[in-house]
Design a protein around this ligand. Structure first.
Ligand code: AMP
Ligand code: FE
Ligand code: FE
Ligand code: ZN
Length: 274
């Protein structure tokens, strides 16, 4: 059977490749299915869909929602979401507005610690996509305040940094409900970064359907732990590379894959529940 990569970013959030390039890379990697999962936007899907059809690859429409819970960042993937739901689009617009406000807050903090970049410089790096910390990192590199994006996170904008402003205050429950309301399937992204598996029980009560068991940030031991957890809580399993292109090196498209049987399970869930 074929292989799928269900976690890929494009220029419409903090990836560096266009949706068309992403599909071409997926074809080159021998994948038969890919999901574009940009942060808080569906803007990349129309182009990805055209490219996927041309390449003979299946595109799973996706999203990666930012939420937070007890001071921790929670990323919620949504698969097979439908762009036609007005309430969903409204929620995404709110999320992106929050991202914009947050950039102004971060730039203010950066000014206070001597890194004189402007919000306009950050927005220029984001283009028309959802703006985020990686774009701040690029502006810091360009301004000569750090040598690499990684250094920008370590010194300024990582969770412990002096210019860190928390992301979306949205509760995971709301993200789950928004995804389900748009005909989609909510899946907890890279659960190891939560650093607290006990939170997952509550997410399941809130309507979580799956977890991203397979991810580059998961060691084989962690994968085994989440496979067991998924079985115990009857959650669907997904996985992907979390590809960001040159914006985050080391995880090429196809570096983490799942068999397409797991994609079939997502489709089956949708057919039964929506
Ligand atoms: P934001 O959504 O604005 O909070 O930005 C989060 C994004 O920043 C993640 O999706 C990653 O792409 C990237 N990121 C987070 N931590 C790091 C890090 N330590 N180094 C490089 N990129 C990071
Ligand atoms: Fe990202
Ligand atoms: Fe993420
Ligand atoms: Zn991601």
């Amino acid at each position: 059977m074929g292989l799928a990569d269900l976690h890929v970013h494009t220029i419409y959030s903090d990836g560096s490749d266009t949706p068309t390039s992403v599909i071409e890379l997926a074809l080159g990697a021998g994948l038969s299915c890919v999901s574009v999962t940009d942060h808080d936007t569906l803007q990349g899907l129309p182009e990805a869909s055209v490219a996927a059809e041309k390449a003979g690859i299946e595109l799973i429409p996706g999203i990666e929602f930012s939420a937070s819970c007890q001071g921790r960042e929670v990323h919620m993937l949504g698969f097979l979401v439908e762009a036609s739901h007005d309430a969903f689009q409204k929620t995404l617009t709110e999320q992106r507005a929050r991202r914009t406000t947050r950039i102004h807050e971060m730039v203010e903090r950066l000014q206070q610690v001597g890194a004189h970049i402007t919000a306009e410089q950050v927005f220029a790096h984001a283009g028309e996509g959802a703006v985020g910390r990686p774009h701040v990192a690029e502006a810091l590199v360009q301004g000569g305040y750090v040598k690499t994006r990684k250094e920008a996170f370590n010194r300024f904008i990582g969770a412990d940094g002096p210019a860190y402003i928390p992301g979306s205050p949205m509760a995971p429950k709301r993200a789950i409900e928004a995804i389900r309301g748009a005909g989609g399937i909510p899946v907890l992204a890279h659960p190891v970064y939560l650093e607290d598996d006990t939170l997952i029980d509550q997410f399941v009560k809130d309507g979580l359907v799956g977890i991203e068991v397979y991810h580059g940030g998961h060691t084989p031991e962690v994968v085994a732990r989440y496979e067991q957890l998924a079985d115990r809580l009857s959650l669907l399993k997904t996985g992907g590379s979390d590809y960001h292109g040159a914006a985050k090196e080391g995880t090429p498209i196809g570096s983490t894959t799942i068999p397409t049987e797991l994609v079939d399970a997502l489709k089956q869930w949708k057919a039964e529940h929506h």
